[in-house]
Design a protein around this ligand. Structure first.
Ligand code: SAM
Length: 275
């Protein structure tokens, strides 16, 4: 199948409606509290994710011809691997595409980049495509394998790219002991996560140490991107927190808001730029 584009169609009633290439999917979306903006768009759905517990669920396939995996394209022409899983994830977090292209300029001059909680690299494949050397860290072998696949599908050389399958804290604490330095650091902090040996990451408990440790790994002129998706943090909380922890740096916070084709915005987290 030829890769077709991703489209965010509509959201509402705590769900979102998206086209991943030729397939129309519905997923839970707790922040979309308002009614669906264009109910007529929600017909002929191919699969709906039904949550059965806080973390897991299953895909209720209305179209039994949906393959196990396929490819789509983003507006910048990159190709992405799609794989539906039991957590309601599809292999990409498309909200990152909104700002990722701008990072190619933000991180100039081109240096060493560290990307934590990488998953399949929605926020950094464009950097690799533009010749940045990126060290990616994730505790999921499957996630790093999909990231690798995304690099290969986009004909990106693996030279200079490092893949680290490890708990984020274990890796960054060791990097501090080794006096490692990075010109750019990207942290897409999940609200909750687990390391390779079950180490628990909880944003409320771990965010301060995470930012402080990353700040130690930054070169004096280094820049950092922090993205968060927990509604617990407001832009002002993030601005004060990151300014206090990263003394001497400028901190800018904005909200990541993709706009559905129906016209309604879908708030999808905060972007903190440190430079
Ligand atoms: C929401 S995804 C990140 C999305 C990604 N940054 C992107 O651009 O698509 C969270 C990722 O963090 C990883 N993770 C969670 N806790 C971790 C930990 N303690 N150490 C390493 N990786 C962790 C998960 O395996 C998952 O791939």
């Amino acid at each position: 199948m030829k890769p077709l584009p991703y489209r965010l169609l509509d959201c509402g009633d705590k769900e979102k409606l998206e086209m991943f290439g030729q397939f129309k999917l519905v997923r839970p979306c707790p922040q979309a509290l308002w009614p669906k903006n264009k109910p007529e768009m929600w017909s002929n759905v191919d699969s709906v994710f039904i949550r059965t517990s806080e973390e897991k669920g299953y895909w209720n396939k209305h179209n039994h011809n949906i393959p196990d995996n396929w490819q789509i394209t983003s507006a910048n022409g990159l190709i992405w691997q799609i794989e539906l899983n039991q957590f309601g994830n599809v292999g990409v977090f498309t909200e990152h595409w909104l700002y990722a292209d701008n990072l190619v300029n933000f991180f100039q001059p081109k240096g060493k980049i560290l990307n934590l909680f990488t998953y399949s690299g929605s926020n950094c494949v464009i950097l690799a495509k533009n010749g940045f050397s990126i060290t990616v860290v994730d505790s999921s072998r499957q996630a790093l394998s999909t990231y690798n696949q995304n690099l290969q599908n986009n004909k990106i050389s693996l030279k200079g790219q490092r893949f680290i399958l490890e708990d984020v804290f274990k890796f960054i604490r060791r990097e501090v002991r080794r006096n490692s330095q990075y010109d750019g650091i990207m942290v897409d902090a999940p609200s909750y996560g687990r390391g390779t040996k079950g180490e628990i990451f909880k944003i409320e408990d771990d965010l301060v140490e995470l930012i402080l440790t990353c700040f130690k790994l930054l070169t004096p002129k280094g820049k950092m991107i922090l993205t968060l998706h927990s509604p617990r943090f407001t832009p002002k909380i993030l601005e004060i927190l990151v300014s206090q922890l990263c003394k001497g740096k400028t901190v800018e916070v904005s909200e990541i808001v993709p706009i559905c084709e129906s016209g309604v915005g879908l708030p999808s987290g905060f972007l903190v730029k440190v430079f």
